[in-house]
Design a protein around this ligand. Sequence first.
Ligand SMILES: Cc1ncc(COP(=O)(O)O)c(C=O)c1O
Length: 447
Amino acid sequence: MLDKSPRPTAVNVPNDLAAHWMPFTANRAFKKNPRLLAGAKDMHYITVDGRKIIDAASGMWCCNAGHGRSQIAEAIGKQAAALDYAPPFQFGIPQAFELASRIAELAPTGLDHVFFCNSGSEAADTALKIALAYHQINGQGSRIRLIGRERGYHGVGFGGMSVGGMVNNRRAFATHLPGVDHIRHTHDLAGNAFSKDLPAHGAELADDLERLVNLHGAETIAAVIVEPVPGSTGVLPPPQGYLQRLRQLCDKHGILLIFDEVITGFGRLGTPFAANYFGVTPDMMTTAKGITNGTVPMGAVFCSRKIHDGLMIGPENAMELFHGYTYSAHPVACAAGLATLDIYKDEGLLTRGASMAGYWRDALHQLKGLPNVIDIRNIGLMGAVELAPRKDAPGARGYELMVDCFNRGLYFRQSGDAAAVSPPLIVERSHIDEMVSILGDAIKRVA
Ligand SMILES: Cc1ncc(COP(=O)(O)O)c(C=O)c1O
């Protein structure tokens, strides 16, 4: 029999924090001293107790046009009222086609087909599956290996986790996709600490792909996936020439190159995508986050015509790809995406980062010389200040810095002992000054 009695448990009490198991969070510490947000406008969050916090991480690299954009909120409301949901399998909505065309237009030439999903994790898994399907159809079914890179992050699905190279994200789960391997990461503190923009040393690390080709055979490798600039492991700009070299090696060996642009997409480097910034066109590009300014979950995989057309075979009334999500191209996400694109265009935000990048770089590098600062990195409107780890307590100093900054009005993304900073693309010089000032003071306090 169903128990219809009211639930007497504490979950009914407003602000009881027990039931919500928070993602990627130190749950027990958080619940002792919660950091609760209630609102956001432009460059700031507002806490539940009314404090203003300057947002130095664009939410989580997603609110590129800043917060509280009424144009997007109105588009979302209007769309939910007009068409709340539409089946994306065998049916479509005009907005999905419009959004796909408009974002494909922004992408490097050739990446002209878009597959929608709902997150960066789903985008990574989708791209990896498309790579495998493409090779199968193309008579190269032995290409089943997926190659990632150490210190890479491609979300938390089994595909993305497997090719990912963040040790804690893999180790706890003990298993991953078979056949996966990793090339070496490019982070070189000894050779490149305090580099401005792209570090000088390390292009040859791309040749690590040759090692895996020699080990496994090119004919077994389907794709390599890398973030052009790894973000979650603390903003690691690639060495000069590295991505170009990786592209050449993929071409040489018939391996598909996937750029994970979930962070770098939609203007973060001062170009629409990192692929534009580096002048390197991958075969596929995964995106999410900034596509809707973070307002509604959405992801998108951009595919080359070669891949798309390669899969458009078989009887015309048969599905070409057995993949998709209930919420692929969700009407509300499409509406949010279209309104977001309008703002990006009207305010020139996809290239604004280029004009702010120099000021951003110089401001961040002023923190050199402060206690425990072992590296400062920057590219476009991304940056990181890395502190030395405490003996036997990696991440502890970074965590304390994050909490201290939040208490004093600054939010950034903690990545181990690094503070990853990347403001909304509407940022002004005065905001950058404020961010750097709070961060610098906190670094001096956190011993
Ligand atoms: C490069 C990259 N790929 C994938 C993801 C996963 O995205 P999501 O959390 O939307 O699944 C992230 C998230 O930060 C990311 O930075």
